[in-house]
Design a binder for this molecule. Structure first.
Ligand code: AMP
Length: 634
């Protein structure tokens, strides 16, 4: 699969020049009920169909196939410092729990192809629900627990789930966040109504009950304790899940993933990129609501026969040593986190890093946002293991760029996520002319020539047209996948990511669309106009900053009124989108900087906030807008 003597360069070339041979080899890493008849059908670009004719099942590959050799090995290790719980499920126990959940879902009428929306905190039942869905061929759509009713409603409406699985509450930093009221409100707002709502009661928050719709997991589980629910063999191209991500419009996109391609891509990455060994423990600190959580808390480690550590809690509670304590206790060998989390730890007492035996740990992988040098250096010195940046997107499901030490060990360069991974025919393109940039240090759009490798999105849920127009038609005269990131490449072929080309911002590794936040704020009766931009932040990478033109000018003069309105706007965003989307500040102006044709000068707005030169303003309509902005920051 990667011969001992293969160089990464050769390995990569094979994946691009002879993809069928390359991926046929990688496909042997997973179990098939019927092996694929065709490796890639790219007869209708840009739609790629991987492993056509093959039938398989994600849950079988993640759970059942390990029973023969690792039934008593821990599969899922759950630790919550929020509720002081710790529970280990062996592969045999996970198998049992997943079958119970699958039986309950079937009982509630869920069939192959039906959607199940999962709105859950980081608890084992969330993993059972995901695995149970793919076991029976249902399509899960996990919505991050930090999203509020408005965001949830949009997703319910788009996914049209037959059943929603949720819990009474999550908990963050010891503060209980009730989910049920948010869910009830979201269902109220949505035009689509799920038939049933399956609730896990953690006894953290009271729940109001809708008799004919709401059912309790503990009660139904008790009725299905000994049920056997076999895996449903599905086509490799069968959709396993959808996961919503933000774009430039207010409407989130349902990234749609297949089954066979995803399983193969993850199995390969666990060996070639993450280098985990079956039987070892993998600790990914993300959340199941994000793509990293799907791929590297649930499916990747389990497909690879590892024990996966699922952690509910903050990295600094009860103290900043908690992650390292878990590394020691469970002998974690591979860890995956985000730069923001490391920056949070960096502000704490460095002694915490030295308190525990971290000798099991072999590498730390970081992704989701640019990794700055001081952060990388600090954690690298503290842990004494390689820190490996990896760049990818919800759309791709696994890294586009990193270092594949499992193919050939190579050095990392600070500031660079590495080199293009096997299967990704990466290009830097001039966004105006569509020409390939072949020189070094030339800034271009990071793009991928089709077909996208296995594991990447099949399309946007229910919207093939949007998939084609958004990702594949934005560069002149080229049918290439646009990542919407700027990049440059050095003479060794290492890439450096220079930020987004669109209006998407990245707050603590979470992608947020400024349009979504603007649409929410515009809903306030006192707001005439609003612009939201991402502004550099030392801890979170970026934060959202909102500029509001109030309907009534008195807000501009009255500080108390301004403060009140700012509070109301923040509450509105919290309530509709969730605290993740809340702007760090709401500033009031009488006009926004725009071009003569009325286009908002976002870059200028952003530059002023960051104390930079706003650049060419010859197209600006009224310079007074900029003067006013500058005065806010001096
Ligand atoms: P998401 O789909 O939410 O994971 O966001 C993907 C976006 O996050 C990418 O398009 C990049 O803008 C950014 N991103 C992810 N990983 C990295 C990384 N390692 N370095 C720089 N930016 C990253």
């Amino acid at each position: 699969m990667a011969g001992a003597e293969t160089t990464f360069r050769e390995f990569y070339r094979q994946s691009i020049d002879r993809p069928d041979k390359f991926w046929a080899e990688q496909a042997k890493r997973i179990d098939w009920q019927v092996p694929p008849q065709q490796i890639c059908d790219y007869s209708q670009p840009p739609f790629a169909r991987w492993f056509v004719g093959g039938t398989t099942n994600l849950c079988h590959n993640a759970v059942d196939r390990h029973l023969a050799s690792r039934a008593d090995q821990p599969a899922l290790i759950f630790v919550s410092t929020e509720t002081d719980q710790e529970q280990v499920y062996t592969y045999a126990q996970l198998h049992t729990e997943v079958q119970r959940m699958a039986a309950v879902l079937k009982d509630l009428g869920v069939e192959q192809g039906d959607r199940v929306l999962i709105y859950m905190p980081m608890i084992p039942e969330a993993a059972f629900a995901m695995l149970a869905c793919v076991r029976i061929g249902a399509i899960h759509s996990v919505v991050f627990g930090g999203f509020a009713s408005g965001s949830l409603a949009t997703r319910i409406e788009d996914a049209e789930p037959k059943v929603v699985v949720s819990a009474d509450a999550g908990s963050r930093g010891g503060k209980v966040v009730a989910y049920k009221p948010l869910l009830d409100e979201a269902i109220e707002l949505s035009r689509h109504k799920p038939r049933r709502v399956l609730m896990v009661d953690r006894k953290l928050a009271p729940m109001t009950w809708l008799e004919k719709r709401d059912v309790l997991w503990s009660e139904l589980r008790a009725q299905h304790l000994n049920d056997h629910v076999p895996c449903t063999w599905v086509d490799a191209t069968h959709t396993s899940y959808t996961l919503y991500t933000s774009g430039t419009t207010g409407k989130p996109k349902g990234v749609q993933r297949d089954t066979g391609g995803y399983a193969v891509a993850l199995a390969a990455s666990m060996d070639l990129i993450y280098q985990g060994q079956p039987g070892e423990t993998y600790f990914c600190t993300s959340d199941i609501g994000w793509v990293v959580g799907h791929s590297y808390i649930i499916y990747g480690p389990l497909i690879h026969g590892m024990s996966t550590l699922m952690y509910e809690g903050l990295p600094i509670r009860p103290d900043a040593g908690i992650w390292w304590q878990l590394v020691e206790k469970y002998k974690v060998t591979r860890m995956f986190s985000a730069p923001t989390a490391v920056r949070v730890l960096k502000k704490q007492d460095p002694a915490h890093l030295k308190q525990y035996d971290l000798s099991s740990l072999k590498a730390l992988y970081l992704a989701g946002e640019p990794l700055d040098q001081p952060t990388a250096q600090w954690i690298s010195e503290g842990l004494g293991v390689p820190i490996i940046d990896n760049y990818w997107q919800t759309e791709t499901g696994w890294p586009i760029m990193t270092i594949a030490n499992g193919v050939e060990p190579a050095p990392s360069k600070f500031g660079s996520p590495g080199v293009p991974m096997y299967g990704y025919h990466l290009k830097l393109i001039n966004e105006n002319t569509g020409e390939d940039l072949v020189g070094h240090q030339e800034k271009g759009v990071v793009a991928i020539e089709g077909p996208l490798p296995p594991g990447c999105l099949q399309t946007i849920w229910k919207d093939d047209e949007r998939f084609v127009n958004t990702y594949w038609k934005s560069i002149p005269d080229r049918l290439v996948y646009n990542t919407f990131d700027w990049g440059i490449r050095d003479e060794d072929g290492y890439y450096f990511i220079l930020g987004r080309t669109d209006d998407v911002i990245n707050v603590a590794g979470h992608r947020l669309g400024t349009r979504e936040i603007e649409e929410c704020i515009a809903g306030h009766s006192q707001v005439a106009e609003v612009a939201v931009v991402g502004v550099a932040d030392a801890l979170k990478g970026q934060v959202a900053m909102a500029f509001v033109v109030p309907r009534d000018n008195h807000y501009l003069q009255d500080d108390a009124a301004k403060l009140r309105l700012e509070g109301e706007i923040m509450k509105l965003v919290d309530g509709q989108l969730g605290a993740v989307a809340r702007p760090s500040r709401v500033l009031f102006v009488s006009l926004l900087p725009k071009t003569r044709s009325g286009k908002l000068l976002r870059r200028a707005l952003q530059a002023v906030c960051e104390g930079r030169d706003p650049g060419d303003l010859t197209t600006m309509d009224d310079p007074a807008a900029l003067h006013q902005l500058r005065s806010l920051f001096t």
